[in-house]
Design a protein around this ligand. Structure first.
Ligand code: SF4
Ligand code: SF4
Length: 384
């Protein structure tokens, strides 16, 4: 456990929250099997979402504290009718604004309105390069629409930024995925392997790629990097399970990122609400400055003062800050443990076993659980 003495001895300097992630809604027409929204997202319906005035206040307070980048995310942020108003205020305040979207709802009229509101950047997600798998993984018929939205993004003068979450079922299509991004004129393609939280954790045995798949995908990406000669930037993120070393999650707890969820809960990372024994403040009750600097939720895992062995005496502790707290909780049932992807963790065998099972093709018989309100309610034990 943290003690006030330990925390004071290594109290980190608190800078500004540079990145505000506004998760304006959990409503989403897609049902992706790897979604990072919480399993109980259905408990936060339209009626529980922050009002327009609440969001405008959050934007102003976070900007006053030093935030420079604002991402509008969800769910599908275009489900909010007031998105243009929020983007316009964020632009007026001087944020660099991003829209992270599935593309559903980005009609020509809304694209024009968002452009007029000052939106700087759109990130469009695809599930795969084939209609069949794109539509299967999202449980919707959205492949053609996403292609049209890709063209619309270019037509409105935004840089074309594409994101594809990779996993066992689509990673072997990476060559075609990159070719599709090139054909759509993407300037930047994020090939982010799924990390295993929330719905992806629930479906991990079906989604974790084999070691060979990762190696092949990295080789294909490298070959494309040479072929493209800088015309499109490719960003490949391997799964933590295969990396064999922990990452400085969110660039450090309460260090750069401030996430506000649809009901106003403020989090240092978008999955942190799962952690037990920790209460997170709500923007309906507290100002952003108090939340960022003084709340228990944002201070508990800041810096290194909370660590125990093996992290506390590790020479790499400043480099990775002990890795991801959510992964420690999910795999070691202890949010204060070293991230089990670290070979020094006493729980590392679990990660190795999952990778070995993936390599051996075991454990993929169960059906995938799609992220939809019915499954969410059933996971919460609530009636349909
Ligand atoms: S991952 Fe899929 S289901 Fe989840 S918010 Fe994004 S588009 Fe919607
Ligand atoms: S023991 Fe802890 S601090 Fe050291 S590398 Fe592993 S996770 Fe990082």
């Amino acid at each position: 456990m943290n003690t006030p003495v330990m925390a004071a001895a290594s109290a980190p300097v608190i800078g500004p929250p540079l990145w505000l992630l506004a998760e304006v809604t959990y409503r989403c027409p897609l049902h992706c099997v790897f979604c990072y929204n919480p399993l109980d997202f259905a408990a936060t319906g339209k009626g529980q979402e922050l009002s327009t005035e609440d969001w405008l206040r959050v934007l102003r307070e976070a900007r006053a504290l030093g935030a420079v980048q604002c991402g509008f995310s969800g769910g599908e942020p275009l489900e909010r009718d007031d998105l243009e108003e929020l983007v316009a205020e964020a632009h007026r305040l001087g944020y660099y604004t991003n829209l992270l979207t599935s593309g559903v709802g980005l009609s020509d009229a809304r694209a024009a309105a968002l452009k007029a509101a000052g939106l700087d950047h759109v990130q469009l997600s695809f599930q795969d390069s084939t209609r069949e798998l794109n539509d299967f993984l999202s449980h919707t018929k959205t492949f053609s629409l996403k292609q049209q939205v890709g063209e619309r993004i270019k037509a409105h003068g935004w840089p074309m930024v594409m994101n594809v979450v990779l996993h066992r079922l689509n990673i072997d299509h990476i060559d075609r995925i990159i070719a599709m991004a090139e054909a759509l004129g993407a300037e930047y393609l994020e090939l982010a392997n799924s990390q295993y939280y929330s719905w992806a954790h629930l479906n991990r045995d079906q989604l974790l790629p084999t070691s060979d798949q990762i190696r092949r995908a990295e080789a294909v990406t490298d070959a494309w990097r040479q072929k493209l000669e800088g015309r499109m930037r490719l960003f490949f993120v391997a799964p933590d399970y295969h990396e064999g070393r922990p990452k400085k999650c969110m660039n450090g707890w309460g260090n750069v990122f401030l996430t506000v969820t649809p009901d106003g809960t403020a989090l240092p990372c978008h999955t942190a609400k799962m952690l037990p024994g920790l209460s997170f403040p709500n923007v309906r009750e507290h100002g952003i400055a108090h939340i960022w600097r003084d709340s228990e939720g944002f201070n508990r895992y800041r810096g290194t003062g909370w660590m125990k062995e093996p992290c506390v005496s590790c020479p790499d502790k400043e480099k990775d800050l002990g890795g991801c707290r959510c992964q420690a909780f999910l795999l070691a049932n202890d949010p204060e443990a070293a991230d089990p992807v670290c070979p020094k963790s006493p729980h590392h065998a679990q990660v190795m076993q999952a990778v070995q099972a993936a390599d051996a093709g075991r454990g993929i018989e169960r059906p995938l659980v799609f992220r939809d309100p019915k499954n969410s309610r059933s996971l919460m034990g609530a009636p349909d």
